[in-house]
Design a protein around this ligand. Structure first.
Ligand SMILES: NC(=O)c1ccc[n+]([C@@H]2O[C@H](COP(=O)([O-])OP(=O)(O)OC[C@H]3O[C@@H](n4cnc5c(N)ncnc54)[C@H](O)[C@@H]3O)[C@@H](O)[C@H]2O)c1
Length: 304
């Protein structure tokens, strides 16, 4: 995939998935604005991204404010003359069950993920519309946002909101030929190591350098951070011009298109529905096959 001449901003690219995306975009020829809240990580990431290919410049800033978003877009324009691709990857976790979650836990996660994605995408859309040559806005969602996840009120809400914004912006920016998609990644990081079914296999893979077992890479869709980069590079490229408004999963060997919410069962009653009528009809009507929710627990193969 050739991204020569394109300029990308990747938020939260000091480490982890963001750094892998930035390196992959640079390796394909793009110039990249690296961003993180952690100044040291930005310095190291700029070197790593530049070594991978294109030119890189670093901006230390905490996304979540209009000022930070404007700074990132300005850096792309000042250093490289334009902006073609935005990847909104910066993120934090503040996991707690609902009854223990504080206002700060909630607000911090919403600010970085939801407001950070909104403010960066808005600044990018303004610039891309001025350029008049289209663009690519790649949002980062999560299985937690698609399905709900125990202990992640704040994070699931933010990520579900991000998927909803992708659909909304795909509508609003279509005329300007700016595509907007949500990537739903899964990768072995410090975070996923804490899942008991994956931890030992991830540590073994790190120790030996061998790939994760097939059932983890395929069935659970979990691999390395590098495994996710092909999707981000594709979505950044001219080859994905017709792909917009989608939520696309990649992890390990598993590439997936997520469904969007839609009515699954419908029933009609002349004159409408009272509570008693809903109760009487529920279990054999629209409620006959209720939806599942939550991320399914990992299912290691039995018998070995
Ligand atoms: N690892 C996974 O399996 C997984 C699964 C689903 C979604 N995600 C999402 O992918 C993204 C990256 O995840 P990761 O596992 O690489 O996490 P990570 O914690 O390794 O990296 C996140 C980076 O974002 C930076 N950051 C935090 N707040 C910031 C802010 N306000 N401004 C700028 N940078 C900030 C951090 O310093 C860090 O370098 C996140 O949005 C995460 O929610 C990850």
């Amino acid at each position: 995939m050739d991204l020569t001449g394109k300029v990308a901003v990747v938020t939260g690219s000091g480490r982890g998935l963001g750094l892998a995306y930035a390196r992959a975009l640079a390796a394909a020829g793009a110039h990249v604005v690296v961003n993180d809240v952690d100044q040291q990580a930005v310095g190291a990431a700029v070197e790593s991204v530049a070594a991978a290919g294109g030119k890189a410049v670093g901006v230390t800033a905490a996304v979540g404010t209009t000022a930070a978003a404007d700074e990132l877009v300005s850096a792309a324009v000042e250093h490289f003359g334009r902006l073609d691709v935005l990847v909104t990857n910066a993120g934090i976790l503040r996991d707690k069950v609902l009854w223990k979650m504080t206002d700060d836990d909630f607000d911090d996660v919403i600010r970085v993920h939801l407001r950070g994605t909104f403010s960066c995408a808005r600044a990018a859309a303004v610039r891309m519309r001025e350029q008049g040559e289209g663009g690519r806005i790649i949002l980062i969602g999560s299985p937690a946002g698609q399905r709900g996840n125990f202990g992640q009120t704040n994070y699931a809400a933010a990520k579900a909101g991000i998927a909803a914004m992708a659909r909304t912006w795909a509508l609003e920016l279509a005329r300007a030929k700016i595509t907007v998609n949500a990537v739903i990644p899964v990768a072995a990081t410090e975070m996923t190591k804490t899942i008991p079914a994956f931890g030992p296999a991830i540590e073994e893979a790190e120790r030996t350098g061998a790939p994760l077992p097939d059932w983890i890479r395929k069935q659970e869709g979990l691999g390395t951070v590098e495994d996710v980069t092909g999707l981000v590079t594709f979505l950044a490229s001219d080859a994905s011009a017709a792909v917009t408004g989608q939520a696309i999963g990649l992890g390990g060997d598993r590439l997936a298109l997520w469904s969007h919410p839609q009515e699954k069962a419908v029933d009609f009653r002349d004159g409408g529905w009272s509570a008693d009528e809903i109760a009487a009809a529920w279990s054999e009507g629209v409620g006959a096959r209720p939806e599942t929710f939550g991320i399914p627990a990992p299912q290691p193969p039995t018998g070995n």
